[in-house]
Design a protein around this ligand. Structure first.
Ligand code: AMP
Ligand code: TRP
Length: 328
C-alpha cells in the first residue's frame, strides 16, 4: 500500500482553512493509503523560546487531529520527539547535505529575514535535514505538500540519492504530491488573502475552537463586495465567493448552485456562519472530551509512537549498517 506522510508543526491554533483545506482530506485519505501523521515538535523548537508551550501545543494538536476524525487504529499519529530515531537520522542527513544546498532553501531565507532582530537558530538552517529524516524514516512514497514545501521534498530526494550512492540502496525516494484539492478558505476580512494564523486579523480567521456566537459574529461582519448580487466569481466577487465556497464545503452543494438560492448578502452570511457552527460542533465536543482525559490522549500518542518507531527503527538500522557504524 502506498505510504503517505504529512507532518504539522504544533505552533498556533488550527483554523477553518487548515481543516477544509487539509485535515479533512487526511481523514478521507487514511482509508485509501497507509497514512503517517507526525506532530513535529522538534521542528517547532527552531523558534521556541518559552518554557512549557511546545508540549501543551502538541497535546492540543493531537486532540484536534483525533477530533476531526483521524482514527488511531487506522492512521499512525505520533509526536516526532517520541520517536528518537528522527534525531539520529536527522544528524546523518545533516552530514549528507551540503552547506551550499541548505543555503539555497528559500524558506530559510524568508524565515531568517523575517527574524532579522530575533535569534536565528542553527536549527532553522539545518531544518530541511531533519525534515528529510522525517520523510525517509518511513519509506515514504508520497508527501502531500503545498508549493512552499516542495523544495524541501526535492532536497530530501537529493539527500536520499546521495546517501544511496555512497552507502548502498537504503532509502525509498519520496515524491511530492499535490494534496487533493480541498477548499481554499480566504480571510473573512481580506478575501483576497488566504485565511492564515500568521497574517490577517483575528476577525478574519475562524479558529476550530471558536464559540458559536463568535463564529456567527465573524461571518456577519465578513467583508463582502460593493454591489449586491450573489454570484460565484472569485475574481470579481472575492468576498461573496469565499462565503459560497465555505458554505459549499459544509453542505456539499456546488457554490454556483448555492449562489442561485440567495438574493441578498445577509442571509448568506448567516447561513454560512450557521453551517460552520454545525460542522464544527461535533469536532469541538470530541476535542473537549479528549482534553478532559489527557491520560487517554497520551496513551493514543504512545500507541502511534510505537507503530512509528517500528518502521523508523528498521530504517535507521539499515542506514547505520550501510554506513558500517559499530553496533551497540
Ligand atoms: P500551515 O500551518 O499554515 O502551513 O497550514 C497547514 C496546511 O493547511 C497547509 O499545507 C494547507 O494545506 C492548509 N491550509 C492552510 N491555510 C489554508 C487556507 N486558508 N485554505 C485552505 N487550506 C489551508
Ligand atoms: N516543514 C513542514 C512545514 O513547515 C513541516 C514538516 C516537517 C513536514 N517534517 C515534514 C512536512 C515531513 C511533510 C513531511 O509545514
Amino acid at each position: 500500500m502506498t505510504r503517505v506522510l504529512s507532518c504539522i508543526q504544533p505552533t498556533g491554533d488550527v483554523h477553518l482553512g487548515n481543516y477544509l483545506g487539509a485535515l479533512r482530506n487526511w481523514v478521507i485519505g487514511q482509508h485509501e493509503k497507509d497514512a503517517f501523521h507526525g506532530i513535529v515538535d522538534l521542528h517547532a523548537l527552531t523558534i521556541t523560546d518559552t518554557p512549557g508551550v511546545v508540549g501543551r501545543s502538541s497535546l492540543e494538536l493531537a486532540a484536534m487531529l483525533f477530533a476531526v476524525g483521524l482514527d488511531p487504529d487506522v492512521a499512525t499519529v505520533f509526536v516526532q520527539s517520541h520517536v528518537t530515531e528522527h534525531s539520529v537520522l536527522g544528524w546523518m542527513m545533516e552530514c549528507t547535505v551540503s552547506f551550499g544546498e541548505l543555503s539555497r532553501m528559500t524558506q530559510f531565507k524568508d524565515k531568517s529575514a523575517k527574524r532579522e532582530h530575533d535569534f536565528v537558530s542553527a536549527g532553522l538552517f539545518t531544518y530541511p535535514a531533519l525534515q528529510a529524516a522525517d520523510i525517509l524514516l518511513y519509506d515514504t512514497d508520497e508527501v502531500p505538500v503545498g508549493e512552499d514545501q516542495r523544495q524541501h521534498v526535492e532536497i530530501t530526494r537529493d539527500i536520499a540519492l546521495r546517501f544511496n550512492h555512497r552507502f548502498g540502496d537504503v532509502f525509498v525516494l519520496p515524491k511530492a504530491v499535490m494534496p487533493k484539492a480541498g477548499a481554499r478558505v480566504m480571510d473573512l476580512q481580506d478575501p483576497t488573502s488566504k485565511m492564515s494564523k500568521s497574517s490577517g486579523s483575528d476577525a478574519g480567521l475562524i479558529n476550530m475552537l471558536d464559540e458559536p456566537s463568535v463564529i456567527l459574529k465573524k461571518f456577519k461582519r465578513a467583508v463582502t463586495d460593493s454591489d449586491t448580487e450573489v454570484l460565484f466569481d472569485r475574481e470579481q466577487k472575492p468576498g461573496i465567493s469565499n462565503l459560497l465556497e465555505i458554505l459549499s464545503a459544509c453542505t456539499g452543494e456546488a457554490p454556483e448552485a448555492l449562489a442561485g438560492t440567495y438574493t441578498q448578502y445577509g442571509p448568506l452570511k448567516t447561513d454560512t456562519g450557521e453551517a460552520v457552527i454545525e460542522l464544527l460542533r461535533p469536532i469541538q465536543a470530541r476535542y473537549h472530551e479528549l482534553m478532559t482525559d489527557r491520560g487517554e490522549l497520551q496513551s493514543l500518542l504512545r500507541k502511534g509512537a510505537g507503530k512509528a518507531r517500528t518502521v523508523a527503527a528498521a530504517t535507521l538500522a539499515r542506514a547505520t549498517t550501510a554506513v558500517g557504524m559499530l553496533p551497540a
